[in-house]
Design a protein around this ligand. Sequence first.
Ligand SMILES: Nc1ncnc2c1ncn2[C@@H]1O[C@H](COP(=O)(O)OP(=O)(O)O)[C@@H](O)[C@H]1O
Ligand SMILES: [Mg+2]
Length: 376
Amino acid sequence: MRLDSLSTLNYRNLAPCTLAFPAGVTGVFGENGAGKTNLLEAAYLALTGLTDVSRLEQLVQQGETEAYVRADLESGGSLSVQEVGLGRGRRQLKLDGVRVRTGDLPRGSAVWIRPEDSEMVFGSPSGRRAFLDSLLSRLSARYAEQLSRYERTVSQRNAALRGGEEWAMHVWDESLVRLGTEIMLFRRRALVRLNELAAEANAALGSRKTLTLSLTESTTPETYAQDMGSRRAEELARGSTATGPHRDDLLLTLGDFPASEYASRGEGRTVALALRRAELELLAERFGERPVLLVDDFSAELDPVRRSFLLELAASVPQAIVTGTERAPGAALTLRAQSGRFTPEAGPDLPEPELPEPELAEAELADVPDVAGVGA
Ligand SMILES: Nc1ncnc2c1ncn2[C@@H]1O[C@H](COP(=O)(O)OP(=O)(O)O)[C@@H](O)[C@H]1O
Ligand SMILES: [Mg+2]
């Protein structure tokens, strides 16, 4: 997968622009607040259609009402144009000029690594569930569909619980068990490979403790209906659904202990990075093409092992954009970020372009007027 160019209009603090990206690594460097993260966020949105939908308003430049991003992509030899329009809290997607939904866009096009990824390890179960659900939704359109049906059903059931509609519960329970079971079984299957890849990446990051991914489930496919029934009174009292995959956690075990409670900050960052590499490898396996890698603030990573792991990962994909307060080494293109603008510069790793020697014959030279005489 390759991002040939990215265009943005009224996106956060970015000046309207079209930036062309070469194959290999593009390094984006500049001070804090220059717009580096915003650029990656715009690129991720244009590549995948994905963004935090609860914050759509924030993506539009202050003082404007609409924003727009566009990615010109190259995948398996064919070109496509993906556009995202944002306005009035809504998001509109187009693929080659035709209105589409997120699931219609190529699902393995990008992976975004950020310093905040540590929150997946140390934060609440919802962050880990979001990681898992987002990844599985990209691996399988069916999963994405069933998950959104399931989530809708949970909120409708919660409303019925709050309304004390005990008589209607068996209807909700039935569809919840059906959808929830499918989600649980899919998660279990996908976790086998995800676990292998994450453990491999964690070891490649030099960790001497084994990383194991498993699910903490609030119920099982076998006991689902029964478990739900046994918590009916509690559910009616609280007005919320107590069992099912929306309550499950992706347990990250490092050595013998849960990473969320026992890992050091550094170990946690390593685990988060291992999860991101596993995500990248799983998407590559599923779609037969390596995603575009977006690495935000590699220079915030002070640990030399993790830093070189990040840079090596960036070099392992056909294309990566790597931001930082310093220049990324080995970049094919370096952009300097300043107040939402991005200007190419010849990086220290690029040889100065060699200008061909002028090959002028003696006679021609004789015809060139003396420079000193020009304009005199
Ligand atoms: N909707 C918006 N309109 C205008 N400016 C915004 C908007 N959202 C964020 N910004 C500005 O973008 C800047 C942050 O850019 P960011 O990409 O996070 O910088 P960095 O280069 O440090 O990653 C901040 O100065 C912030 O005020
Ligand atoms: Mg930033």
